[in-house]
Design a protein around this ligand. Sequence first.
Ligand code: BTN
Length: 244
Amino acid sequence: MIILRKERIYLEKISSTNDYAAELLYNGDKNTRVIIASEQTCGHGRLGRKFYSPKDTGIYMSIIADIEEIKNLNLLTSLAGLSVCEGAEEIYPAEYKIKWPNDILVNGKKICGILTKLINDTSSQKISHAVIGIGVNVNNDKEDFPEDIRDIASSLKIETGIYENKSVLTEKILNKTDELIFSSGKNDAEALEKIKKRSLVIGRKVFVKNENREYLVKDISENGELIVDDADKNKLIFTGEIIL
Ligand code: BTN
């Protein structure tokens, strides 16, 4: 069954769509819907990093999902990443790669970041909802990016030369999330294979920052963890920052 998340809340300017979505949930509003902003003043990513979110040039959205509708919570961030790759590919032909765990790169530059947040029900203290935050640089020009990220970040317009209204991509991504994250008919193993094919890390030596050491990445597990070689034994890496 495809559950199309039809209800949208459009905001001109907000600190962060993820924070806004979490706030709604904490205040008891459990509606599953999509929060979309034209601009974020305090967009953020993993590890407390800023996500550059200037007016109108990017997609800044958060999908509020009931935990019961999510097929595979462990793969949630990866499936959201795959949704962006497959949605974008339909409009902007390019090679979309996933840098574990949550960045999408085109031509080696980051065009999208994903930040998922799990929310506990206030009375049961069990995870009840997920907020899937997706930020995509769509129509930025190179000089729009602050100097400190100009060499590592890019936009779909820069990388493909295509200008398209960003709402077209928003809908494509949301349709893909319906298919990949929420539809019970689809095959997770198939999705995992697609994620692996786009992986920038499998078969490479990467530096794992929080462990301060290098590992060879052998695979990605069915739970989305990195399987690395640790003195000829497999070791799982659940989270962290890697440097290619
Ligand atoms: C990252 O790069 O580590 C993840 C970036 C996630 C950015 C999106 S934009 C919409 C949502 N609101 C936020 O504050 N963050 C996410």
